[in-house]
Design a binder for this molecule. Sequence first.
Ligand code: LMR
Length: 396
Amino acid sequence: MFQQLEAAPPDAILGLNEAFARDTTEGKINLTTGVYKDSTGTTPVLECVKEAERRLVETETSKGYLGIDGMKEFGDAARGLLFGTDHEINTSGRAATIQAPGGTGALRVAAEFLATGFPGAKIWCSRPTWANHPNIFRAAGLEVAEYGYYDESTRGLDAEALFDSLSQIPAGDVVCLHACCHNPTGVDPSAEQWQQVGDLIAERGLLPLVDFAYQGFGNGLDDDAAGLRALARPGSRLLVASSFSKNFGLYRERVGALSVVTGSPETAAVVLSRLKRTIRCNYSNPPAHGAGIVTTILGDEQLRAGWVTELSEMRTRINDMRQALAHGLAEAAPGQDFSVITRQRGMFSFSGLTPEQVDRLKDEFGVYMVRNGRINVAGITNDNVARLCESIAAVV
Ligand code: LMR
């Protein structure tokens, strides 16, 4: 029966790790998946996480199921990070939050909620966007379209194309936005541009689905939430898929949240009931450990302060590596302009390398990055940056 099936292609991002593992090139470099690595090239467990785990092991009394929507304290803490605890969205009770297995899980629940609640609504993604966005949305039955975002010639935001696109999207359609550290470009709107995006969304009656996977990796926790908060206006409706994979380093624990901001607590209860139905026939209820860690850290003043410090250390290291990459490339390939690398934010740099150049880097130098030219800056270290720059210089 199965012989007739065609093989699926490897995943555009995670599939590269498998090829990297098989590669025997000495000094090979993996800059594919968006995972933080420290100066030794290791993805560390944060100190605050270790301490929270110790406490959880000591105090945990049961491994019984969580509720379908997960832990309430976790949901409250997650929404607090998004909007600020005193925000009207949090005090009014007009938002429903569910605990999800990672940001991807949150996006999938969101997509199924949208597909069943608003049949016929399209979802619009930035051009380019995270390679998995269209996969997730289509798998849930949504039709995917694109809005203008990135300007190849300036390698910055194409604000005109963005605003033009938004002003032509039909009312009731969904717009997927990256809250900060846009994946893959590292290019975000300015504070004023976010206000304009918010104005257009309100005027046109569009529904934002904000993907917030990198809070704390741009400028800081509150700064990075400024775009989202520009959309969170009185009476606004929106969805936010947030992830704790990166900012707590909890990748394999699968911990994220979906918050749906409605017009009233009564509507939030209806939305929650629909989210729970979606979850129940998918993964039934979420895993507890990662969410327990996040809730423990955010609920303890000392652990929380430690986390903020560790997060800022990760951010600083990434920014240092950005500088090192730009500097190294300027020396290794003097004819080329790589200065834009220092203006991009978050984990990624959109290098401008073509798919053919990326293939050569892989085949000839054992340097792996996503085929669209996206480099995970967090995978660069003082030990590999020189080899990386020489390899890039050889192919441009
Ligand atoms: C990435 O873009 O590399 C990360 O978000 C990891 C993933 O799941 O693709």
